[in-house]
Design a protein around this ligand. Sequence first.
Ligand code: PMP
Length: 318
Amino acid sequence: MKCAQGGNFPKGELQSFGNIELSPSAGVLNYGQGLFEGLKAYRKEDGTILLFRPEENALRMRLGAERMCMPSPTVKQFVEAVKATVLANRRWVPPPGKGSLYIRPLLMGSGAVLGLAPAPEYTFLIYVSPVGNYFKEGVAPINLIVEHELHRATPGGTGGVKTIGNYAAVLKAQSAATAKGYSDVLYLDCVHKKYLEEVSLCNIFVVKDNVISTPAIKGTILPGITRKSIIDVARSEGFQVEERQVAVDELLDADEVFCTGTAVVVSPVGSITYLGKKVSYGEGGFGVVSGKLYSVLTRLQMGLSEDKMDWTVELDDV
Ligand code: PMP
């Protein structure tokens, strides 16, 4: 099945951050026809700004656009637009070690529709904000609760693309969890209700006897760019990594659990509560495996180690 694609994305322009005008019957407002991306820019000691794998975000947006019946910018248009936006906001990229500039590309059906249909016009925009650590815990371990009634994605649904509706689906469980003091929610598959899916904003990894396992991507889990990068980093560091169904029971005797995502980078999990039972991991910091992977990935992202993977994109301006 394919929706009409094509569309024309003329060269965009830079504008100050502010409200935008939308028709009350815009597709995005009425039918949730919207997608977003998230990536970060880091500043190196010499002032250079680095992006991490922006073409991966472009490709993911293109896949999502096909699912959401929208045309999307080409990879080149996307990356050029990200670069231009970051350079125009270069003064907001924090100094080395003080955080990063979060970049939020957004693609939406902005044309007016009354009956259910893809919108006739689209808007692609990018805004940015300096950020520090996502969780209030910083890089200290986070505490998750397993949700066994509400689901973020169903087979055949939109869980595998970064559409705005996926985040509406998690608001209830996520706000209930944070109100109870948990950092975030871990979702299970909605068919068997026993296999791990992911957390509201990040992917999950379980370590047992030095083998790293993570739920396989099968349409209900977002294919995280950090997930993919961590799998490659882990394999290049000599770890065995398995992408497979990971049963919730495996959490009981895991050695380490950690999450990955652009916002959370690599975050160790300190405890997981499932049906009222709490399982704890580690002694208040990174585990041996997650600590190693965090260090290799963040050094690369921040330009502190040689980028043998060719993952960083240096912006020409200092
Ligand atoms: N899962 C979900 C639901 C997310 O929103 C994110 C953040 N984009 C991730 C996983 C991690 O993806 P990435 O590593 O590309 O940020």
